[in-house]
Ligand binder design. Sequence first.
Ligand code: PGA
Length: 257
Amino acid sequence: MTGRRPLVSGNWKMHLTHLEAIQVIQKLSYALDRTDRQAVDVSVHPAFTALRSVQTVIDADEIPVALGAQDVHWEEKGAWTGEVSPVMLAKLNVRYVIVGHSERRQHFGETDDMVARKLRATLRAGMTPICCVGETLAQRDAGHTHDVVVGQLRAALDGVDPAAVAGLAVAYEPVWAIGTGRNATPDDAQAVCAALRSAVGECCGADAAAGVRVQYGGSVNAGNAAELLAGPDVDGALVGGASLDPDGFAAIVGAAG
Ligand code: PGA
């Protein structure tokens, strides 16, 4: 993790009511206090209904955790029933927005083009996108991992000012590793994160490649984090299931530092 601050992000998915989320962020705050955590950025991504409550606790208790969202629409406002705009999120002090999570691509038909629009809208609103890419098991077995993830990344970065790309986060999340208890090997995680970084270099220049943070995600837990995050091109983790347990998540943060 050469010169880049690792970013460990907890994706709470469709878990936790706003009342439960308040408890989790408070417990996480205590757990992080006890963690030997050096120079690691941490974000949590509650459901939309819990954002305001979690933000209030983070602000009141000055908890060193950034607020994140799990998704966003690409328009600032309009007739888009059920959607949430980047402006609405920014107003809640949301700092990081996950875009293109594989569950959104798989179950809600998000295309590369939609992901690209969401990414640009997130930047326009002054927030940092965490752009997710990852291959399915069939794509992996066919030997297409590299082409798939680099293709998704290039599509997502289309039209983005190269100067903004250094500040971005990308999450390599093999679809077959999400919520399954299966991981990429640390070598695979490193190799794919390195390939994503070179792809950033090709499209956006050396500064962007050196600055962009590439997380690994997919069944990361307190037991495997240190190993999975050890590669020089792996700058932290995007954590789903294990982020719901404050002590376990704090241990992952510790392992990233
Ligand atoms: P998981 O989810 O850690 O539960 O595998 C990761 C993610 O979907 O971001």
